[in-house]
Design a protein. Sequence first.
Length: 248
Amino acid sequence: MQMSEPSPIVLVVDDEIQIRRFLRTGFELNGFVVHEAGTGAEAIRSATLRPIDLVIADLGLPDMDGADVVERIRSWSTVPIIVLSVRSSEPEKVRLLELGADDYVVKPFGMAELLARVRVALRRQMRAASGEPTVTVGPLTIDLAVRAVTLNDKRLTLTPKEYRLLQVLAQHAGNVVTHQHLLKEVWGSIHVHDTHYLRIFVRKLRQKIEPNADSPKILVTELGVGYRLAHSGESDNATAPAATAKAS
């Protein structure tokens, strides 16, 4: 008799009972076990005392800002954290991602969208835990173990900086990586505000990895926030190479 995989456990943090009920129903229908918290203190205590696979956290909590919950949990745990909020400004998104959130969903949202983002975050966590060295996005494959990149099974030649940029994105595949994090990881802390470096190298990298660099489907721009490698399904239509790139 084959044993089934254990159900993933999600901690839903929101002070609105209606939102928690909506999320509980959606997650339970998709095979999740749901724990709830109505305050930041309850969320931190729950995350500390019981095993969880994912945190969904609202920012507008009655006892503390949800950003504090993100920062506290991230200080000792690598569990994926997805933030929910009516605040949609780009600086706010950047701040939350820099504090350690894996993704940011603006209210109102659909359950299908949230579940898609959840699956991306869980896949990334599983890949990191297992040490899986290969990331595939459409026709692009990045083998992190041997530092090899192929497009449609043909080996690409990348400069060291281009590969490092792609490597950092691959390590967070499906999730947005902020401009500041990419600049720090690729060029060092003294260049965290030199976004023109990033635009230039993203343009060059797209010319090599995008089947159609004028309409990027693999290396996606998150306006005002950063970049991400698309998750599986987003880039399925990416098939034929192109020569130039304009998007950045």
